[in-house]
Ligand binder design. Structure first.
Ligand code: UD1
Ligand code: CA
Length: 476
């Protein structure tokens, strides 16, 4: 950007039109909170991002800290009572003014419920807005729904006398934004199809001048940020609404239907881009991939399937249907069979995993690892070419290379109070149905007899048997 921009994201609202245990900003679109979509785009064009939180503020601040880091957490602003978007910006400016002396600063205001917004649109808008102290993005909608109507002077003059419809030729001279409910009261028989996207670029100085003048005398009894347009216009401040054609990317998400529509649009955009880059998607309508995922050309994915977060999949890997993969890196030429669940894990090259394998956080598989059905790996490293093929739990463990873990082996890592580590060294062969009571180490080349409960370390090259000898008694 040619000049520094401070962004304010408004995320304090409850989302009354979308009842949920989560605040609206945390509703997900393709597995990522709407706030994350907006935050990531804001990050690409702005150094400082302030997020206004209010309803269930703790949930949002926790989320920001976890997903966008300490800086995002430190730049949250509490709007204790949600008195409207204008009030939210008032709260933000109070804090921003405390942190800066530069009154010429440009402030970009974004709603958290516009998840399809793109860097391209914002960059274009910022370039167009350079010489205006106040501007915003508008869009044309055949159904203006609950959006604020952009009233240009021509409309205001005409509609005073006769009901009318504002047309495209009504360019320039923005007079004010009229919120949907107020519009219906003030102009019951008129229509405007140019609406406010809720994205504004404003000089800090203009906000500081006009925010104190906002009133809540309107149909919602709220302080509207949109009122600064009319107030600035009355003082002859140069302002403009830039009408963008890509309306889909600017739509607000206020209810479950709009959430569905936003998801569908984004899904189609992402999948089309992946396919044009050489990723093969079978049944793409049922494949949901978040925009933060990286997938190399030559990967093949069968739907239905979900891949979210900062997942990365290298070339020639195949992912069969019904897999859910979050924040997981998968190497080259792996085969991930159906019904696998991976989260916060790392998989090397040439792995064969599943069906029904589960990788939990901090599972790290080296190259050539095989995991079979109903195998769960948590916070463990599995070495090169090791196999855990059936019904096993490996937790808090380090497993060497060329280890064979027999069916039904369990690392007993938890004594009810604390967690302990199991180490299984290279080339060990663990018979079926063994329990390893941690902390415990199995030495290199050790053979553990089936059904053993191992409580003591075993030296290298031994045969460990820890079970009752079988007795065959004569039947009576
Ligand atoms: C808002 C605009 C409307 C515009 C539309 C675009 C106002 C008054 N209206 O309406 O002109 O067409 O967006 O999508 O601004 N929020 C707070 N604190 C509050 C109230 C809301 O932080 O006290 C946040 C919400 O969490 C949300 C954003 O502000 O992220 C917008 O609020 P919302 O209620 O969705 O506004 P709309 O009715 O959609
Ligand atoms: Ca909205």
């Amino acid at each position: 950007m040619s000049y520094p921009i401070t962004t304010i994201i408004l995320a304090a609202g409850k989302g009354t039109r979308m009842p949920s245990k989560n605040p609206k900003a945390l509703q997900t679109v393709l597995g990522e909170a709407m706030l994350s979509h907006v935050y990531s785009v804001a990050q690409s064009i702005s150094d400082t991002i302030w997020t206004v939180v209010g309803y269930k503020a703790d949930m949002i601040t926790d989320y920001l800290a976890k997903n966008h880091g300490e800086k995002a957490l430190q730049h949250t602003i509490l709007q204790e009572k949600q008195l409207g978007t204008g009030h939210a910006v008032q709260c933000a400016m109070q804090k921003i003014n405390e942190n800066t002396t530069n009154n010429a600063e440009k402030i970009l205001i974004l709603n958290a419920d516009v998840p399809l917004i793109s860097t391209e649109i914002l960059t274009d808008f910022i370039t167009k807005s350079e010489k205006y102290p106040l501007s915003f993005i508008s869009l044309y909608l055949p159904d203006a729904k609950s959006y604020g109507r952009v009233a240009r002077q021509g409309f205001v003059d005409k509609a005073k006398n006769t009901p009318c419809t504002a047309h495209e030729d009504n360019k320039g001279n923005v007079a004010k934004i009229i919120e949907a409910k107020d519009f219906k009261v003030q102009y019951p028989n008129s229509a405007i199809y140019e609406v406010n996207s809720g994205i504004y670029l404003v000089d800090a100085q203009i906000l500081n001048e006009f925010l104190p003048l906002l009133s809540s005398q309107n149909a919602n009894n709220e302080y509207y940020i949109t009122d600064i347009i009319g107030l600035a216009k009355d003082k002859n401040i140069p302002l403009e609404a830039f009408c963008f054609e890509n309306a889909e990317a600017l739509l607000g998400v206020n209810n479950p239907l709009e959430l569905y529509e936003a998801e569908k649009t984004l899904q189609q955009t992402i999948n089309t881009k992946l396919m044009s880059n050489g990723v093969v998607l079978h049944n793409p309508e049922s494949i949901r991939i978040s925009p933060f995922v990286e997938i190399a050309a030559g990967v093949e994915i069968f739907g239905p399937c979900e891949i979210y977060g900062k997942s990365k999949i290298e070339q020639y890997t195949t992912i069969e249907s019904h897999c859910v993969i979050k924040n997981t890196q998968i190497g080259e030429a792996c085969t991930i069979k159906s019904f696998c669940h991976f989260e916060d894990a790392i998989v090397g090259n040439n792995a064969k995993l599943g069906p029904y394998a589960r990788l939990r956080p901090q599972a790290e598989l080296s190259d050539n690892v095989h995991l079979g059905n109903f195998v769960e790996i948590k916070k463990s490293k599995i070495g090169n070419a090791s196999k855990v093929n059936h019904l096993s739990y490996i937790g808090d463990s380090i497993v060497g290379s060329d280890v064979n873990v027999g069916a039904g082996c369990i690392t007993c890592n938890y004594d009810g109070r604390n967690k302990f580590q199991t180490i299984i060294e290279d080339n060990a062969f663990l018979g079926s149905n063994c329990a390893f009571v941690a902390p415990v180490t199995i030495g290199k080349n050790t053979l553990v007899a089936a059904g053993s409960v191992i409580t003591k370390d075993t030296p290298e090259n031994t045969l460990a048997i820890a079970r009752q000898r079988q007795t065959n008694l004569k039947k009576r």
